[in-house]
Design a protein around this ligand. Structure first.
Ligand SMILES: Nc1ncnc2c1ncn2[C@@H]1O[C@H](COP(=O)(O)OP(=O)(O)O)[C@@H](O)[C@H]1O
Ligand SMILES: [Mg+2]
Length: 250
C-alpha cells in the first residue's frame, strides 16, 4: 500500500530525509518513531504529495505518486501535525465542505460522522472553528478524515493535543480499521505509542532509518534482557550520553 525507495529530501545542503526505503503492506499499522527534527513530518509530506522529494520513488496503493496524484489523494486520508482548518466555518460546515469535495455527501458518511462524534465526545459542531481549542480542532480534523473511510491513512503525531480518553479511543479505532484492511502510517516521538499501537516500527534519526522491525525483533536488538526499548531508542538516537550530561549539569 505504501512503498518508497531511496526517498530523499534536501533543504539546501541539509538532508532532512536521507535515502530511506519504506514498505507497508495492506492492513498494517506502521509506526515511524523518532526524536524531534528526525525527518518524520518531511517524510509524511512527501508520501502524501504535499512536498516534492529531491530524489526517490513513491508508490501508494500500487500507483506511482508522480503520475496518479489526484487518484491517490482521493483514496487516502491525511491527518497533519497542525490541524489547518477554515476558521470562519462552523464545525458541521467544514465536514459538509469535505464531503462535497470528495463527493461523499451521503447517508453512510453522515451516519459515520454521528458515530465518530459520539466516540470522541464532539458536541460542538455548531461552533466556529476559530472558537475551538487546539484539541477540539484536532478531533474535528480526525473526524473529517475517518468519516471517509480512506484505504490508507497517514497521521502525523496523532495523539499530541488529545486528552487521554480521546487518545485511547483513537488507538482502538485505528486498530479496528486496520483489522478490516485499512493501512495506517503514523509518526510519533512517543515510544509508548509506537510500542502499544504499531505492528512494525521504523526508527528514524537525522533523516536515516536506523532500525526497523516488529516489537519482538526490535527487543532482540537490545541484546540484554534488562534493556528496554527505551534504552535501545536512546542508544540508537545517541541521546543517552546527552541526557546524562544534561542531568549532571543541572
Ligand atoms: N521547509 C523546510 N526548510 C528547511 N528545513 C526544513 C524544512 N522542513 C523541515 N526542515 C528541517 O528538516 C528536519 C526534519 O524536520 P521534520 O521532518 O519536521 O522533523 P520531525 O517531524 O521528525 O520532528 C529539521 O531539521 C527541520 O528543521
Ligand atoms: Mg513532525
Amino acid at each position: 500500500m505504501i512503498k518508497a525507495s531511496n526517498l530523499t529530501k534536501k533543504f539546501k545542503d541539509f538532508f532532512a530525509v536521507d535515502h530511506i526505503d519504506i514498505f507497508v503492506p495492506k492492513g498494517q499499522i506502521f509506526g515511524f518513531l523518532g526524536p524531534n527534527g528526525a525527518g518524520k513530518t518531511t517524510t509524511i509530506r512527501m508520501l502524501t504529495g504535499t512536498l516534492k522529494p529531491t530524489e526517490g520513488d513513491i508508490e501508494i496503493l500500487g500507483l506511482d505518486l508522480k503520475k496518479n496524484e489526484i487518484e491517490i489523494k482521493r483514496r487516502i486520508g491525511v491527518v497533519p501535525e497542525e490541524p489547518r482548518l477554515y476558521s470562519h466555518l462552523k464545525g458541521f460546515e467544514y465536514l459538509e465542505f469535505v464531503m462535497d469535495i470528495y463527493n461523499t455527501n451521503n447517508k453512510a458518511t453522515r451516519d459515520r460522522i454521528d458515530e465518530l462524534c459520539n466516540a470522541f465526545g464532539v458536541d460542538y459542531l455548531e461552533k466556529l472553528i476559530s472558537d475551538m481549542s487546539h484539541g477540539m480542532k484536532q478531533k474535528l480534523m480526525l473526524i473529517s478524515v475517518l468519516m471517509r473511510k480512506p484505504e490508507v491513512i497517514f497521521l502525523d503525531e496523532p495523539t499530541v493535543g488529545l486528552d487521554a480518553k480521546s487518545a485511547k479511543i483513537l488507538k482502538e479505532l485505528l486498530k479496528k480499521y486496520s483489522e478490516s484492511g485499512t493501512t495506517i502510517f503514523l509518526t510519533t516521538h512517543i515510544l509508548e505509542i509506537a510500542e502499544k499501537m504499531c505492528d512494525v516500527i521504523a526508527i528514524i534519526n537525522r533523516g536515516k532509518i536506523i532500525a526497523q522491525g516488529t516489537m519482538e525483533e526490535l527487543k532482540k536488538l537490545t541484546g540484554s534482557k534488562d534493556k528496554s526499548l527505551e534504552d535501545l531508542f536512546l542508544e540508537l538516537t545517541a541521546q543517552e550520553e546527552d541526557i546524562k550530561h544534561i542531568v549532571e549539569s543541572l
